[in-house]
Design a protein around this ligand. Sequence first.
Ligand code: NAD
Ligand code: WQD
Length: 345
Amino acid sequence: MNILLTGGAGYIGSHTAVSLIEAGHDVAVVDDYSNSSDEAVKRVEKITGRSVNLYEADVADKKKAMEILKKEMPDCIIHFAGLKSVGESIEKPIEYYRNNIDTTLTLLECMRELGLSNIVFSSSATVYGDDHTPPFTEEMSKGMCTNPYGWTKWMQEQMLDDAQTASEKGGDWKKPLSVVLLRYFNPVGAHESGLIGEDPQGIPNNLMPYISQVAVGRREKLTVFGDDYDTPDGTCRRDYIHVMDLAEGHVAAAEYAAGRSGTEIFNLGTGTPYSVLEMVNAFSKACGHEVAYEIGPRRAGDVQDSWSDATKAEKVLGWAAKRGIEEICRDAWNWQSQNPNGYNN
Ligand code: NAD
Ligand code: WQD
């Protein structure tokens, strides 16, 4: 298939590009580099030995999006493009709603005009909100989000599903849509080569890149946000999934989306939670020295526990995460130690 990745120069998109190419698909990327650069795509080409059609554009810009989509006429779009920082979304809600919602609306309008029918969307476990007890299943109702970023994912899921329903009735739609909503848990790690990985700008918000930067000497110590939760070691538990497992989940989802219609939701997680301190200890083993940390207060908005029931993806897509905490830490360290300053090396 010819697959277009919006936001394909970013962390998850670049890893997915590798897996798609290795599975025999052709890949095109459109990105505005608002949180990335073309370097990641060059490295994807280096890993795979294949070229990627690369377009620099804002996906919300309909004129440009139409030009690119007309040229590519992809069999499937995987829509990664979006702003993703929870904290920043609280400070800049308008920018988050504008960018994330507009990219999806523009893509849907273009798909309707061009008769493109398959789309896979990067959603998030954040849509479960804090109304449920894990493991989260896809049948659970979406919850109340705690920040604008989460609401953009919640709303984009709704918009895609509403468009799918309308497309079944014909009207302006040439074909019924096939929508796959992927709810990621906590993507971490890097490609085994160490050539691509997570490269956050500024001070990392997320645990794993923070730990990696302490390990490589870029930051002094990690602050663990609270050790007084009702968990075995008092720290929060999450479902950390290796980004290459996640990437392979996208291959399965894109292949599933083709040739059907409807909306289908899949959790992409491992089903196994680890605490913050378990992650710190596993990383210390992987890098061969202690990762310095101190215990700090809880972070506002954190839920105590979040992990998936990942059985639906296994049953329907034939996909399950294969890599564990050791591979996650090994590959994150391999990337960080080879690229201490990320892609700016
Ligand atoms: P990322 O920031 O590395 O990648 C997103 C890419 O989209 C970046 O390259 C950015 O430049 C690009 N982009 C943003 N707005 C754009 C626009 N208007 N037009 C074109 N390109 C645009 O983030 P990521 O971690 O790779 O996340 C990919 C997707 O997965 C996002 O939608 C994110 O919300 C979602 N997601 C991420 C996580 C996570 O923890 N990383 C978890 C759940 C869901
Ligand atoms: C994990 C654990 C922190 C940093 C976020 C978004 C979610 C999704 C993935 C996109 C928590 C603790 C963290 C630090 C710490 N993104 N921590 N010290 O919050 O589970 O999920 O990213 O959709 O929407 O909310 O991930 O990596 O920030 O935190 O102790 O310096 O690590 O308290 O328990 P989170 P995270």
